[in-house]
Design a binder for this molecule. Structure first.
Ligand code: ADP
Ligand code: ASP
Ligand code: MG
Length: 436
């Protein structure tokens, strides 16, 4: 069985839903994971904000507007009178429930419930359309088998057991349809896998059912060699190693959710990135690709803070790094990049929540300085250290850009450079010009 995940744009209108159902029908035996229609999750977050701010009229207006969009989509999607009635009944029920949140106590728990309606709406509409088309499909409720632990990590044992049990209860079905993104937490409450998390759902399900392939269908023909939002003339990369894809996703290639590669990698299931608007394009396949001795792609991650700890003493004597890392561990702040010298160490973080406390403790060990609004540019490829010249090419491409940190040799797959936010687009362009 294959897993096919369709993102927000791929279910973004009635016509897009019809196209994606066509692709699913042609694929045969599949599990289909859907995002919310594009814009819906943002609207639900904005509605939640208005409710939190006690702006009831504003929240009500946004709920009305969103409901109109779904009524319109249902009408464009379904011809069968009874099925359309079912769809409109479902939409009306959902929006009545949403109205029930306005003027009621509203905490993070309620916010997660509200945000979950996007995926419920898209999957319910698509399920009715599949029925209209006479497809042998069943809609599975993701909150029955997707669960995260108290630490917010997917509970992979639970997911494996339960998704397979649900599938076993529905034998002889061609298409298992379910929601991306949403899950339950360890308390049984509705929760989610973070923004963009439908990709993660797809790979977790793929690993749980030992799928032949996990397909991520989106609005572009695969992983491009640079960020198409900032660089013109980028082109798709045909093959990526799991490690390369993981680095790119983590360091800003929005096409993939950062954590989505891991489950597929451990289960050794290929992930294919495909374009719903150009289904014949080969896209990108992510697997245990053979070494190519080439640089493959560049990505950038925003909102990075660099911290330097410097001392006149011989602080890099053993024990110093441990002390520094313990401070970050204590404040649950992951480090992305590290560079060291005899007199100091620089690290980067992307989460400033505990920055003040971290700095206060670091100051006990030396002079501390902070650079904000930085960007990590990550160059990914088969960069095994004995392959000559790659690091020189990368540094040379950026010779006109001030570079704050360089990290190389941590893996065989990447070189990372820390630059200022204002130099990001120019840097990405220079790297494309020099490397591809
Ligand atoms: P979906 O809604 O289907 O999950 P996303 O918007 O999350 O789609 O991801 C697709 C988008 O990722 C593309 O439209 C593109 O703008 C952006 N993107 C960023 N970096 C890359 C890259 N290196 N290759 C391809 N797309 C990228
Ligand atoms: N709908 C969610 C979001 O917009 C999850 C997803 O699309 O992957 O973040
Ligand atoms: Mg996405």
């Amino acid at each position: 069985m294959k897993v096919m995940k369709f993102g927000g744009t791929s279910v973004g209108s009635a016509q897009r839903m019809k196209n994606m159902v066509g692709l699913v029908a042609a694929a045969g035996n599949v599990t289909v994971v859907l995002s919310a229609m594009s814009g819906t999750t943002n609207s639900l977050i904005s509605i939640s904000q208005s409710i939190k701010d006690r702006e009831a009229a504003n929240a009500a207006k946004q709920i009305d507007d969103l409901e109109k969009k779904y009524i319109q989509t249902a009408k464009e999607l379904l011809n069968d009178k009874n099925l359309l009635e079912d769809a409109l009944g479902y939409v009306s029920k959902v929006f009545e429930e949403l109205r029930g949140y306005v003027n009621a106590p509203f905490s993070i728990k309620e916010e997660k419930e509200v945000v979950a309606y996007g995926e419920k709406l898209s999957t319910n509409l698509v399920a009715l359309y599949m029925k209209e088309k006479g497809l042998n499909a069943v809609l599975l409720d993701a909150t029955e088998f997707m669960r995260i632990t108290a630490e917010g990590e997917p509970d992979q044992e639970y997911i494996r057991e339960n998704v397979n049990a649900v599938i076993a209860r529905n034998p002889e079905v061609d298409i298992y349809l379910t929601q991306g993104f949403i899950c339950r937490n360890h308390l049984g409450e509705i929760d989610n896998l973070q923004r963009g998390g439908s990709d993660y759902t797809a790979s977790l399900i793929g690993a749980a059912i030992a799928a032949d392939e996990i397909q991520i269908w989106t609005d572009i023909d695969g992983m491009h060699n640079n960020d198409p939002r900032f660089v013109e003339g980028t082109s798709p990369v045909g093959e990526l190693h799991f490690e390369e894809a993981a680095e790119l996703a983590y360091f800003g290639a929005k096409i993939l959710h950062p954590t989505c590669v891991q489950p597929a990698k451990y289960a050794n299931i290929p992930v294919r990135l495909l374009n719903t608007m150009q289904p014949e394009a080969p896209g990108t396949v992510i697997f245990n690709a053979k070494p190519t001795h080439t640089i493959k792609a560049v990505a950038a991650k925003d909102n990075i803070t660099a911290i330097k700890i410097k001392s006149s003493h011989m602080l890099l004597a053993y024990g110093f790094l441990r002390k520094v890392f313990e401070i970050f561990e204590k404040f649950q702040t992951p480090i992305d990049m590290i560079t060291t010298s005899e007199v100091g160490v620089s690290v980067t973080i992307d989460n400033e929540r505990n920055l003040k406390s971290i700095l206060a403790e670091l100051e006990e060990y030396g002079e501390v300085s902070v650079d904000r609004d930085m960007v990590i540019v990550c160059v990914v490829g088969d960069l095994e250290w004995q392959n000559r010249g790659f690091e020189a090419e990368v540094v040379n491409a950026l010779k006109e850009i001030p570079v704050r940190m360089i990290s190389y040799g941590g893996s065989n797959y990447n070189i990372s450079l820390l630059i200022r936010k204002e130099d990001k687009i120019r840097s990405l362009q220079l790297l494309s010009q020099h490397l591809f």
